[in-house]
Design a protein around this ligand. Structure first.
Ligand code: JB2
Length: 221
C-alpha cells in the first residue's frame, strides 16, 4: 500500500472474495469513506497480481491469520452466496477467528432508521430501506434497493437480495435467502436456511430449509 494514502484512525480492512459482490462492496466503502481497503483475498490463483476495481488481490485466505499482526483491524465477507449462505457464514467465522472485526458496510444512499438494530458485519447496499425497530443479526446482506420494513427480524447470515421487500414484522431465519424482487407479506415467518425464489410473493409461513417459488409462493423442494 502507498503510505501516503493512509488515513489516520480509519479501520483497515481486507475483503474476502473478489467477484461481483466484492466490487459492489468496494464501491460502497469508497463512497462512504468508512475504511481503508488493504486488499482482497481470493483462492482463485488467476486473480493474483490483479486488481478488483482499484484494490489489489493479495493472495488466498491463508494470509488472513497474519493480518491482525500487520495492523489490519477488520474484514468484509465479499461473497454474495446466492441461494447458499453457508460459505458466507464460514468466511465470517474465519475472519472472527483471526482476531479481526467484521466491518459493517453502509452505502451513503442506504436509509436506515435510527431505531433499527444492526448487527456486526451487515451490508446495507445502495438504495435500501431498513425501517424503525427492524433487527438485523450479524453478517446480513440487504442488497441494492431492498426494503426491510418496521419490526422485521432478520437472522444472522441471511441475504435479502436485490429489490426484495419484507413487509412489517416479517421474521427471516438464520441463513435464509430472500430472492431478488421477492415480496413477503407482513407477519410471515421464513425458517432457518429457507430459500424464497426470485419474484415470489410469500403469503404463508415457510418452514426451515424449504424452497418456495412463484405467485403465490409454493414449496418446490
Ligand atoms: O472461501 C473463499 C471463497 N470461495 C469463493 N474465500 C475467499 N476469500 N474467496 C472465495 N471465493 C471467491 O469469491 C471466488 O474465487 C470468486 O472470485 C468470488 C465469487 O465471485 P462471483 O462473482 O462468482 O460471486 P459473488 O458471490 O461475488 O456474487 C454473486 O452474488 C451477488 C449477490 C453473484 O451472483 C452476483 O451477481 C450477485 N449480485
Amino acid at each position: 500500500m502507498n503510505p501516503t494514502t493512509t488515513m489516520p484512525n480509519l479501520p483497515r480492512c481486507v475483503i474476502l472474495g473478489g467477484g461481483g459482490h466484492a466490487r459492489v462492496l468496494i464501491d460502497c466503502i469508497r463512497e462512504s469513506g468508512l475504511a481503508e481497503i488493504e486488499g482482497v483475498l481470493d483462492p482463485d490463483s488467476s486473480l493474483r497480481g490483479q486488481k478488483i476495481l482499484d484494490v489489489p488481490v493479495l493472495g488466498g485466505d491463508e494470509l488472513l491469520g497474519g493480518m491482525a499482526a500487520g495492523g489490519i483491524t477488520h474484514f468484509v465477507v465479499g461473497l454474495g452466496g446466492v441461494g447458499d449462505n453457508g460459505p458466507r457464514k464460514r468466511l465470517f467465522e474465519l475472519g472472527c477467528s483471526c482476531r479481526l472485526n467484521p466491518l459493517t458496510v453502509r452505502h451513503p444512499s442506504a436509509m436506515l432508521s435510527r431505531w433499527a438494530d444492526i448487527g456486526p458485519g451487515c451490508q446495507l447496499l445502495p438504495g435500501i430501506i431498513v425501517n424503525a425497530c427492524a433487527v438485523l443479526g450479524k453478517n446480513v446482506i440487504v442488497n441494492s434497493g431492498a426494503i426491510v420494513e418496521h419490526d422485521c427480524v432478520v437472522g444472522d447470515h441471511a441475504h435479502i437480495a436485490t429489490g426484495a421487500r419484507l413487509a412489517s414484522t416479517v421474521q427471516v431465519g438464520i441463513g435464509a435467502h430472500i430472492g431478488a424482487g421477492a415480496t413477503v407479506r407482513q407477519s410471515i415467518r421464513i425458517g432457518e436456511g429457507a430459500i424464497v425464489g426470485a419474484g415470489a410473493v410469500v403469503v404463508k409461513d415457510v418452514g426451515p430449509g424449504v424452497v418456495v417459488a412463484g405467485v403465490p409462493a409454493r414449496p418446490i423442494r
